[in-house]
Design a protein around this ligand. Structure first.
Ligand code: PLP
Length: 381
């Protein structure tokens, strides 16, 4: 039996329409977009058209879209690229950033930068007073994500950007988890740069963009043939870029209709979770509509994920589970969540294919698993 997929913040399935748009560029239209002959021209036109679709979704001009291989690369390009043009000062990033912002920012310490983590509230929202405190020191750049990948909490990026600009700092937002779930308008956010990625919006893996203010100066981190305005060399991944464009066009047409549907499904889930005594993280803050992040006291998130997987449901643990000793999520620790409770975190993220009946059946399966695990714990005591 195919698992029921509730892990859309990790990645989304490829939309059938996106696949159809991509197929010709995996088959007959295989040209290099830099070649001068007909096959090259066909590929170049496809890249140009996709760039327009991406630009339209976030309300910018196509020339502001730098196509790269992933959200990870776009975030690295901003942090390292901006550092290439600035004298070392302070880099301020929220305490809940994805590692592909947190780690490159931390790495700047080697070049004499001071790394400042911006605090979040117990609800998981950026603390604007702490942003203001941080900005009393000379600051070269600020990065605050638009929606957190674990809690789904939406950050007031426009308010941070206003403060960053007043302090003459460059402002970046990682909008990877917000795109396709809430409207994302580059100019309205007031940022200098923004990261988006195709595989979180029913597009393919391996295509993403750094959307930039035209005046922003960045030093490339990948050098070569000078593609993407010299900012990102390398032969374009034409099929993936075409898929990214198609996914953006789909998102533009359906986000407004999709959001309330997903929100209703989440409310259905969270009603059940509340009845079972779960703690739901960030529930009081504005959130992207598809995400619920919860824990049951005394039950490891990893155990729940494994048991639910056996029952046919794909969800994600909140802890970094790469080692034998799972580490509680840095996002939850920054929110002041007790580390033991944080180890219980499970992320449930909905997508276009989910239906109310799946949520109801998931709740039944979860009840069974939680009851069994609680009984085991009770017997052990
Ligand atoms: N930023 C956030 C908030 C993410 O959730 C992710 C992926 O999980 C990324 C960046 C990385 O994007 P990509 O997988 O396209 O490299």
């Amino acid at each position: 039996m195919e698992p029921v997929y509730f892990d859309h913040n990790a990645t989304t399935p490829l939309d059938e329409k996106v696949l159809e748009a991509m197929l010709p560029y995996l088959r007959e239209s295989y040209g290099n977009a830099s070649s001068r002959h007909e096959l090259g021209t066909v590929a170049r036109r496809a890249v140009d058209a996709a760039r327009e679709q991406v630009a339209a979704l976030v309300n910018v001009q196509p020339a502001q879209v730098i196509l790269v291989s992933g959200g990870t690369e776009a975030n690295n390009l901003f942090i390292k690229g901006a550092a290439g043009f600035l004298k070392p000062s302070q880099v301020a990033v929220s305490a809940i950033e994805h590692p592909c912002i947190a780690k490159p920012a931390q790495d700047l310490a080697r070049q004499g930068w001071k790394v400042r983590k911006l605090a979040v509230s117990r609800n998981g929202e950026i603390d604007l007073a702490d942003v203001e405190r941080a900005l009393t020191e000379p600051t070269g750049m600020v990065s605050v994500m638009l929606a957190n990948n674990e809690t789904g909490v939406i950050q007031d990026v426009a308010a941070v950007a206003q403060r960053a600009r007043a302090a003459k700092a460059l402002m970046h937002t990682d909008a990877v988890q917000a795109l396709g779930k809430v409207p994302v308008d580059f100019a309205a956010l007031g940022v200098h740069a923004m990261t988006i990625s195709a595989h979180k919006i029913y597009g393919p893996k391996g295509a993403a963009a750094l959307v930039m203010d035209k005046r922003l100066q960045l030093r490339p981190i990948i050098h070569g043939g000078g593609h993407e305005q010299g900012l990102r060399s390398g032969t374009e991944n034409v099929p993936a870029i075409v898929g990214f464009g198609a996914a953006c066009e789909l998102a533009a047409g359906r986000t407004a209709e999709l959001a309330p549907r997903l929100e209703a499904l989440r409310a259905r889930l969270e009603q059940g979770l509340n009845d079972m005594g779960a703690v739901i993280f960030g529930a009081r803050a504005p959130r992207i509509p598809n995400t619920s992040y919860f824990a049951f006291k005394g039950i490891l998130g990893e155990t729940l994920v494994i048991e639910l997987d056996k029952a046919g449901y794909a969800v994600a643990p909140g802890a970094a589970c790469s080692s034998a000793n799972p580490e509680p999520s840095a996002t939850l620790l920054a929110m002041g969540v007790d580390p033991e409770l944080a180890l219980g975190a499970v992320r449930f993220s909905l997508g276009t294919g989910n239906a109310p009946q799946q949520v109801d059946e998931f709740l039944k399966a979860l009840t069974a698993v939680v009851t069994r695990l609680r009984n085991l714990t009770a017997m052990a005591v």
